[in-house]
Design a protein around this ligand. Structure first.
Ligand SMILES: [Zn+2]
Length: 233
């Protein structure tokens, strides 16, 4: 009887407040869904998870020793992925973070290149920004990955002590200089001789990932790899 009441309530709520696809607004059947089948199938996979020497990995050559790097999907302004990331970062839509984390997690779990990873490290937000947003989107993505990839653990190992401004207008040297000292290792013991995977939402210039990765390397991990949801060309 209790279940019947609950189902009826859900049906009425669904009629009054339909749950819609973030991409195209089509009404979805289940509250846990984020995208309809069509929008889901339009997400442009990079296949970086199975491609050694992919363009993201190459962009770190000579900068920081990265074992493997991947980004799940190509990003463009017109894409469904852009709408998802806007929902996640600016509309308090936390479920999108877990959803994108699961999609990235399925790819990682299938890839031989990432099998030895032990710890998932979300790239931290500055505490002030965390206070405003209420959550760190990279941490939600890491939780989503963990939920579909057995025996990997999410660990906070770095803190962010400085802000980095919009980086699009500055050149690579300037961006690198601005990021110096922005991250500090906070949990050396946890990452010592471990195989790490640093997680973030988007890889653009790589300056933020590089700076955070450099802080992690001070903790003497066995290896450092990177995974993001989106990759911008
Ligand atoms: Zn849709």
């Amino acid at each position: 009887m209790h279940q019947l009441l609950e189902d009826s309530f859900q049906s009425i709520a669904h009629l009054l407040f339909p749950h819609c696809c973030v991409g195209c607004n089509a009404v979805l059947d289940h509250r846990k869904e984020i995208l309809c089948y069509t929008c889901n199938s339009l997400l442009p996979c990079t296949y970086f998870e199975s491609t050694a020497g992919n363009t993201l990995e190459k962009s770190f050559y000579g900068r920081i020793p990265i074992a493997s790097a991947t980004a799940a999907f190509y990003f463009s302004r017109e894409s469904v992925l852009h709408q998802l990331l806007v929902s996640l970062k600016y509309k308090q839509h936390k479920e999108v973070g877990w959803f994108l984390g699961r999609l990235l997690g399925y790819q990682l779990a299938k890839s031989e290149r990432f099998q030895e990873i032990e710890l998932l490290i979300p790239l931290p937000l500055h505490p002030e920004k965390l206070k405003i947003r209420g959550y760190n989107q990279a941490a939600l993505i890491a939780e989503g990955i963990q939920s579909v990839w057995p025996n990997k653990w999410v660990v906070d190992a770095v803190i962010r002590t400085g802000f980095s401004e919009s980086q699009t207008s500055s050149n690579r040297i300037n961006r690198w200089q601005k990021m110096q000292g922005v991250f500090q290792l906070s949990n050396q013991q946890a990452i010592h001789e471990k195989k790490l995977l640093l997680i973030d939402d988007v890889a653009t210039t790589g300056a933020t990932l590089e700076a955070c990765g450099s802080a992690l390397m001070q903790g003497n991990p066995t290896s450092l790899s990177l995974a993001t949801v989106a990759y911008t060309l």
